[in-house]
Design a protein around this ligand. Structure first.
Ligand code: 58G
Length: 252
């Protein structure tokens, strides 16, 4: 997976990606990062990349030309091949695990980070294929959202995680949230690890974990649990557990 990021702050992207699992994945050559500075493509003698908005209003807007010229330079380096160009914006479609899985199948991904009040719409029309948001809040730049996306996508690239299975059966795979995890010691400040996990009884552990997932999902993301039931992802036994849970709730 080769990531290309057009940004005014390439060092921010490089530093963010150099650490931990993603840094190791880069060293192994499983992913690569090419962060390019949009400012290097301005023709303005003061290296300006923003200007006042037509029609008035607060703040500044990134000019179309440095962004388009930056993209064309990148495009030339990539031998003119067609790639997805993703613009991070609160106006975009919400980023999901399903989207991460789809994007992880691409060989090259180009991201565009805006600043100030955004980018001249004409540059977006000319180069962007996908507008994506990581959630309903406004940030000062697209750099953090791009790093969020690259993290979510990278861990789906084969070999990036140590334990390849670890990314398969987890959160969102079956619309259920993860069960709680424990490691040593057995008692921490008076709090015991649930007895069943020490039993060595694999079937019972599996059952307990699924029940914990159902409980958690019901509590914090009930709509996910409804979806899991709709798609028949719960076993007969799990459905019985779920119905008993509902009955208990009614008593309260
Ligand atoms: C309004 C405000 C429109 C992504 C700012 C465009 C980017 C949040 C997200 C912008 C972002 C998100 C300028 C700064 C985009 C531009 C950037 N904020 N929720 N801010 O994914």
């Amino acid at each position: 997976m080769n990531f290309h990021v057009m940004t005014l702050f390439p060092e921010m992207i490089e530093q963010g990606m150099a650490t931990s699992i993603l840094g190791r994945a880069m060293e192994k050559g499983l992913i690569s990062l090419n962060a390019v500075n949009i400012r290097d493509y301005t023709l303005d003698k003061h290296r300006r990349v923003d200007d006042y908005p037509y029609g008035g209003g607060a703040g500044m807007v990134m000019s179309a030309d440095p962004v388009v010229r930056c993209y064309r330079a990148l495009q030339e380096k990539m031998q003119g091949a067609k790639h997805r160009v993703i613009y991070l914006t609160p106006q975009g479609a919400t980023f999901t695990q399903t989207m991460a899985e789809e994007l992880a199948r691409e060989e090259e991904l180009v991201f565009l980070c805006g600043h100030y009040e955004g980018i001249d719409e004409r540059a977006l029309e000319m180069i962007v294929t996908d507008q994506v948001s990581i959630g309903d809040y406004v940030l000062t730049g697209g750099e953090l959202p791009v790093m969020v996306m690259m993290d979510a996508i990278s861990r789906l690239v084969p070999g990036v995680l140590n334990n390849q299975e670890s990314s398969e059966f987890e959160t969102f795979h079956d619309h259920l949230l993860e069960y709680p995890q424990y490691t040593r010691p057995e008692v921490y400040e008076g709090r015991r690890v649930p007895e069943v996990l020490l039993s060595g009884h694999h079937a019972r552990i599996e059952e307990w974990r699924r029940q914990q997932s159902i409980l958690r999902t019901k509590r914090v993301r009930p709509e996910l649990l409804e979806k899991a039931i709709e798609e028949k992802l719960l076993s007969k036994k799990e459905m019985k557990f779920y119905r008993e849970l509902l009955e208990e709730n009614e008593k309260e």
